[in-house]
Design a protein. Structure first.
Length: 287
């Protein structure tokens, strides 16, 4: 089953289909002339009964003609099975639409990026090579004009570079992404900000510094609510982890009880954990 991170990353490319060709340009890929980007069915199966389903399939088209197919795959870990299915994706899509096709792999770990870049030997004289974007070659989106042209790419850049060894550069990239999304409609603003907040829990100072530099704490209610929600969710997950570590797997009823607790109750449970001998004693304050 795809992970939450996998689906959130894929959503960035579904929402802004021009992100994929933009990333290919950063890899010095020469793209054909096109006037439209079409999202197609991810089913790239031409073989029965085996089914192949890519994460996302895009076509650059000029008029009614398909000029280039782009298969987008979000890959969070090594999976040797993909070295067999990826060539099939490309071959089947190329045969079906009779146009050139390329494979773009998006990953968040450099070790996975190195693995995905390895040429796949399909057979004697036949090879398949993916274009791969990971932390080392994701563009640094630091200019407001660039970010506002493609806010999804700006958010993706913030996510990929949140752990950059230069904290000032990381802060600037995140601040640029926040600037790009601040004037979007409410639905997309929440979508992008929730993505940034959710996947920057491990680097909260970068996010806090970026918001402070833009005075977003005071100007935007959605940011204040998002930060508060993120902190509450973080505290909840910590309490659940501590309870599981101390007392073993928690029944569904107990998890529901804890998730329904207020911030003050969670704080009290955290303190009680230090001295309580049983799960019942620890959660007595929630009765």
């Amino acid at each position: 089953m795809p992970s939450n991170l996998h689906e959130r990353l894929l959503e960035l490319f579904r929402n802004r289909s021009d992100s994929a060709p933009e990333l290919l340009r950063t890899l010095d890929v020469t793209l054909p002339t096109y006037d439209q980007i079409r999202i197609e069915s991810p089913n790239v199966n031409n073989l029965t009964p085996v089914e192949f389903c890519a994460d996302l399939v895009l076509f650059l088209s000029r008029g009614a003609r398909y000029e280039l197919g782009i298969i987008v795959e979000v890959q969070l870990r090594r999976d040797e099975r993909k070295r067999y299915s990826w060539p099939a994706y490309v071959a089947n899509l190329r045969a079906r639409h009779r146009c050139p096709v390329c494979l773009l792999v998006i990953t968040v770990k450099e070790s996975v990026a190195r693995w995905a870049r390895r040429t796949i030997d399909v057979g004697p004289g036949t090879q398949c090579t993916a274009y791969v974007v990971g932390p080392s070659n994701t563009p640094f989106v630091t200019e407001r004009e660039q970010a506002e042209k493609n806010e999804a790419l700006a958010v993706f850049s913030a996510f990929e570079h949140k752990d950059h060894p230069d904290p000032e550069l990381a802060r600037r990239i995140v601040a640029t992404a926040l600037t790009a999304i601040r004037n979007l409609d409410e639905e997309r603003r929440y979508l992008y900000f929730d993505f940034i907040q959710l996947f920057m829990k491990g680097t909260p100072k970068v996010l806090e510094d970026a918001m402070s530099s833009l005075k977003l704490h005071y100007e935007y209610d959605f940011v204040r609510r998002g930060v508060a929600r993120g902190k509450a969710e973080g505290r909840l997950e910590i309490i659940l982890d501590q309870l599981t570590t101390r007392f073993g797997p928690l029944p569904d009823a107990i998890q529901t009880l804890v998730r329904g607790a207020s911030d003050a109750q969670l704080y009290a449970v955290g303190k009680r954990l230090l001295t309580a001998q049983t799960l019942e004693e620890t959660l007595s304050l929630l009765d």
